[in-house]
Design a protein around this ligand. Structure first.
Ligand code: OOG
Ligand code: MG
Length: 260
């Protein structure tokens, strides 16, 4: 089966909200092939009118990696069609078995070369931060996968919500990102709590990490690109209906409503 055929299988699972068997249960998939399948899936979405607006990291926190039984940081792609506005609504029926997780997001005001990012030379004065919620929805049965499966499936990306941006400089710069309390609530009940240092020890490392991944895959970030740095806690299954909020101390909050 070709890269394009495998990407098309994942695309129809997404479109029909019906899970498919893990690719790894049928074929021997390398991580390089998995990134090619992800790229083919994104190319098809772009051809259908979607716009790439950034990138996301997965498994930057040990809790997430342990929850899903994997042990490496992975890179996914965000498109405009996945974005839900802060305070907005999305329908659960459009998804298969969605989970939600609190994240920190970065926005790069100027274009960033993978090499500069990977060398740890990103200019913090050029970056904004926001609280984010990510809705993940594995296209694989039982929300189970190996690392190649989940990379091929664009790291389970489904929806994301960004809170208000604040300049990283106003927070105190790159060294001010760690050790901030993270909390996620559903209808006012705390469902997950943690700290930003769960993200690679310090979320600033996510900026370097995305550079390393992009350098290996061949790509850069455009001006205005958004980066989701990866969940700070375990992901929580989405109820059929409710309001989910995430807050990070000193950065702000974001909310989204899910309806059946
Ligand atoms: C893969 C996506 C992981 C994160 O923040 O760690 C991720 C998954 O758990 O399905 O988005
Ligand atoms: Mg995530």
């Amino acid at each position: 089966m070709s890269i394009d055929e495998l990407a098309a299988r994942i695309a129809s699972a997404t479109a029909e909200s019906v899970p498919i068997p893990q690719l790894s249960s049928q074929i021997d998939l390398s991580l390089d092939d998995a990134y090619r399948i992800q790229a083919a899936g994104i190319a098809a979405r772009v051809a259908a009118g979607e716009r790439v607006i950034g990138a996301k990291l997965g498994f930057t926190s040990r809790e997430k990696a342990r929850q899903m039984g994997v042990d490496d940081v992975i890179l996914g792609t965000l498109t405009d069609r996945m974005a839900v506005p802060d305070g907005g609504v999305f329908r659960r029926a459009e998804l298969i078995h969605p989970r939600i997780e609190p994240e920190i997001a970065f926005r790069f005001r100027t274009a960033q070369s993978a090499r500069v990012l990977s060398e740890g030379d990103a200019d913090a004065t050029d970056i904004d931060v926001a609280v984010a919620l990510e809705v993940i929805d594995s296209r694989f049965a039982d929300f189970r996968f190996d690392l190649a499966d989940v990379v091929a499936d664009n790291t389970s990306a489904a929806r994301f919500v960004l809170g208000a941006w604040m300049p990283l400089a106003a927070l105190g710069g790159a060294s001010a990102l760690g050790l901030r309390a993270v909390r996620m609530e559903i209808d006012g009940t705390v469902v997950a709590a943690g700290s930003t240092d769960a993200i690679l020890g310090d979320p600033w490392r996510a900026v370097r990490s995305v550079g390393e991944k992009l350098a290996a895959l061949g790509g850069d970030l455009d001006a205005g690109a958004v980066l989701l740095a990866g969940a700070a806690t375990e992901a929580v299954p989405l109820p059929p209906a409710g309001v989910v909020t995430a807050a990070i101390a000193g950065i702000g909050r974001v909310s989204v409503e899910v309806t059946p």
